[in-house]
Design a binder for this molecule. Structure first.
Ligand code: PPS
Length: 342
């Protein structure tokens, strides 16, 4: 039965008790369960109800740039490049100031509190609230001077319907096999999630669309339907890996930043995988004694490979994954053909 609250016009639905119980067993930090949210039935933690209306009514400015994508699709990488391009190539600030402070992650619902970043609880207004950083990131996004670069993992259906009329949006897509493997590692790394199983168990949940912020295909298809809008730029992680300069030229054109080839090469160099992995400003895992991260897990900026999922899935896992690709991608409208073909 649909559940709703006065403070939140976005519909939320409880999961079936059996599924809820399964998720609570497999994820150490989902003790309050998860909710299905909105018409797309995206899985989010229950305290999202405090923020959904704020996201749906967020006031974007004409010079905002939104970097959007399903988690682990390359949004941090894109954010870093876009922030530098829109901030006069200020690499010194980029190296010395954490990316999350320069470019807020609007919907930080799996809140991790990090030393040095707005470590306040003033947003803990409601007993449901279990993420002291969510409201802080939202407030940060609201108060940041222009030009803002804002990261969002929410799908279009949970954002203001006029977003593309208000500002520019860059959607980053990545092959679901690589996203799944990368997400598995992140869900083990974040204490606020604390996935306790192995990759095979995670893939099982993935293929049943039972992962936080899923379903993947719905997220992708919502954006794909808008890909021809002049204020939307569609990027593929795989293309950025293959020919970054070409993708930076597309970004430069889209953002009208007017950078030379030499300047774009500087952005590429600054944002290389090795450099982003080596800097605490972009690699959360390098923040000493970060209380939000599980020790001993793969780093936040992890491997940066394409197609590596084939080396991580057994043949049985591959068969399950391919079945999910075929059925899952068909039920949601159009999706990028390159992710459904073999
Ligand atoms: S998150 O946590 O949802 O915001 O993740 P997101 O930033 O969208 O994606 C994380 C993956 O991007 C990889 N990454 C990079 N790849 C190439 N080059 C650069 N510079 C780069 N920076 C981050 C990161 O390692 C994650 O992928 P995996 O496969 O786990 O390495």
């Amino acid at each position: 039965m649909a559940e709703n609250r006065d403070s939140c016009p976005v519909m939320t639905f409880p999961l079936a008790p059996k599924i809820q119980q399964e998720l609570q067993t497999k994820f150490g930090s989902f003790d309050k369960g998860l909710l299905e949210v909105g018409p797309g039935r995206y899985l989010l933690p229950p305290h999202c109800r405090l923020y959904l209306d704020k996201y749906a009514q967020f006031r974007f400015r004409p010079d905002d740039v939104v970097v959007m994508g399903f988690p682990r699709s390359g949004t941090t990488w894109t954010q870093e490049m876009v922030w530098c391009m829109t901030h006069d190539l200020d690499f010194t600030t980029a190296i010395n100031t954490p990316l999350r402070e320069r470019s807020p992650f609007l919907d930080t619902l799996t809140g991790f509190s990090l030393p040095g970043f707005l470590a306040v609880n003033i947003f803990k207004q409601h007993p449901d609230e279990d993420s002291s950083t969510t409201g802080a990131f939202l407030a940060r996004a609201e108060s940041l001077p222009s030009p803002r670069v804002i990261k969002i993992h929410l799908p279009f259906s949970l954002l203001p319907p006029s977003i593309l009329e208000s500002c520019k949006v860059i959607y980053v897509a990545r092959h679901p096999g690589d996203v799944c493997v990368s997400y598995y590692h992140l869900q083990r790394l974040l204490k606020s999630v604390n996935f306790k199983g192995d990759l095979e168990e995670f893939l099982d949940l993935w293929c049943r669309d039972l992962v936080l912020r899923g379903p993947y295909w719905s997220h992708l298809s919502e954006a794909w339907a808008k890909r021809t809008h002049p204020n939307l730029l569609w990027l593929y992680y795989e293309d950025m890996k293959k020919d970054l300069l070409r993708e930076l030229q597309c970004l430069d054109h889209f953002l009208a930043t007017g950078l030379t080839e030499d300047e774009l090469l500087q952005v590429a160099q600054h944002s290389s995988f090795a450099n982003m992995k080596a800097r605490p400003a972009t690699n959360l895992s390098l923040i000493p004694e970060s209380p939000g991260l599980m020790p001993g897990e793969a780093e936040f900026v992890r491997k940066g490979a394409t197609g590596d999922w084939v080396n991580r899935f057994t043949s049985q896992m591959k068969a399950k994954f391919q079945a999910w690709v075929e059925t899952g991608s068909k039920g949601v409208g159009e999706v990028p053909p390159r992710y459904t073909q073999g």
